[in-house]
Design a binder for this molecule. Structure first.
Ligand SMILES: *Cc1c(COP(=O)(O)O)cnc(C)c1O
Length: 393
């Protein structure tokens, strides 16, 4: 394939890795373009370029807030969900350290929450990582039992990025609120697919990312409920974003994020049922075609991120299958990562109580707006043959 020219092969490729990232919607790109061209002003400048930029920035903030049923002043734009997660976890822990140095999280967090927790742990904070059941659900009773007098924050992922488990955030949040513990939620995988109404949900902080919902990479936001403690910033500078995220705003990115969320919110009523339908059919078809297939995550698809499918095909290693499928033009992901020629079992699937073999043979198929039933049929048809070849090796 020559660089820059989309080949025929590209047209027939099948992208089933939407949980890793999504293409930018053409409507989003069109909304962003002016901010790289004529409207390149700095929102902090006093002249008309600056005022126009400021207006666009605040319009984007209002739009994001509206999609979440929040207030504009509750939205802080960041460089992505990793930064939003870090700001919430480390920033709130630091802001409240005189009150207590205990945090609660789960064994199935994204690295953007898990790693900041681990970092706090090395600095003397105490972290409780709640276990999950065989389908990835946190027990409300276990959460209640984990709360201590020095607990200041819980961070719980809404829709798990690997196995698709959707936590009962309202139930968990109510328990925490009753006991005076703040809640941060990483909603990257559910935002745009499920309605999130922050006016009626006991959540204090919520992270989102542009590129998981057909917006650009490198932009995200942290929602901070008004009245909840402000996190301590980790960057210091010009005071932008209430001083929580100083630095000249990524205006094109922010406008793109707002547009992407607007579109996702508008299309949710049609997109989500379509994804759920494809998901259900694909799971059925794979279980029928591949006898060794083990479905990881919720079997009740109403409790699963729409479009998320996660299987293990023991004894075949996930990474080997990813590479074989890639040769056929099919993009999927394995939760296991290869470190120095040793395949590490997925820590998420291990948390479900599954064996190392099952946790090393994981594959995530994540569908999106472009996914068709015909594409999924092709994958189902190709899978048994590829698995057969890999097993013989
Ligand atoms: C992708 C992802 C992130 C990180 O988002 P970035 O914007 O890429 O930093 C965080 N949490 C979850 C659940 C994700 O899927």
């Amino acid at each position: 394939m020559s660089i820059g020219s989309p080949s025929n092969q590209r047209a027939s490729r099948i992208y089933l890795d939407h949980a890793a990232t999504t293409p930018v919607d053409p409507r989003v790109k069109a909304a962003m373009l002016p901010f790289w061209e004529g409207q390149y002003g700095n929102p902090s400048s006093l002249h008309s370029w600056g005022r126009e930029a400021r207006k666009a920035l605040e319009a984007a903030r209002s739009s994001v807030a509206q999609s979440l049923n929040a207030h504009p002043e509750e939205i802080v734009f960041t460089s992505g969900a990793t930064e939003a997660d870090n700001l919430a976890v480390i920033g709130v822990a630091q802001a409240l350290q005189s009150k207590g140095r205990h945090l609660i999280t789960t064994q199935i967090e994204h690295a953007a929450v898990d790693a900041p927790c681990a970092s706090l742990e090395t600095q003397g904070w105490s972290i409780t990582r709640l276990p999950v059941d065989t389908e990835g659900f946190v027990s409300p009773d276990a959460l209640a039992a984990a709360i201590r007098p020095d607990t200041v924050l819980a961070s719980i992922i809404h829709g798990n990025n690997e196995i698709g488990t959707i936590q009962p955030i309202e139930t968990l949040g109510s328990i925490l609120r009753e006991r005076g513990v703040l809640l941060h939620v990483d909603a990257v995988q559910t935002l745009g697919k499920l309605p999130i109404d922050l006016a009626h949900c006991p959540v204090d902080y919520l992270s989102l990312s542009g590129h998981k919902l057909y917006g650009p990479k490198g932009v995200g936001a942290l929602y901070i409920r008004s009245g909840s403690p402000l996190p301590l910033p980790s960057l210091w500078g010009g005071g932008q974003e209430q001083g929580l995220r100083p630095g000249t705003e990524n205006l094109a990115g922010i406008v793109g994020l707002a547009k992407a969320l607007e579109i996702a919110t508008e299309q949710m009523a049609t997109d989500t049922p379509r994804l759920a339908e494809l998901q259900a059919q694909f799971i059925q078809a794979v279980l029928a075609a591949v006898p060794q297939a083990v479905l990881n995550g919720p079997s009740d698809l109403r409790l699963r991120v729409p479009g998320n499918v996660h299987f293990s095909f023991p004894p075949v290693e996930g990474e080997a299958l990813v590479l074989r499928l890639d040769l056929k033009g099919i993009a999927v992901s394995s939760g296991s990562a290869c470190h120095s020629a040793v395949i590490e079992p997925s820590r998420i699937v291990k948390a479900l109580g599954k064996s190392d073999e099952v946790a090393r043979s994981t594959i995530r198929f994540s569908m999106g707006r472009s996914t068709t039933a015909a594409e999924l049929d092709r994958v189902v048809n190709i899978l048994p043959e590829i698995l057969g070849k890999l097993q013989k090796k």
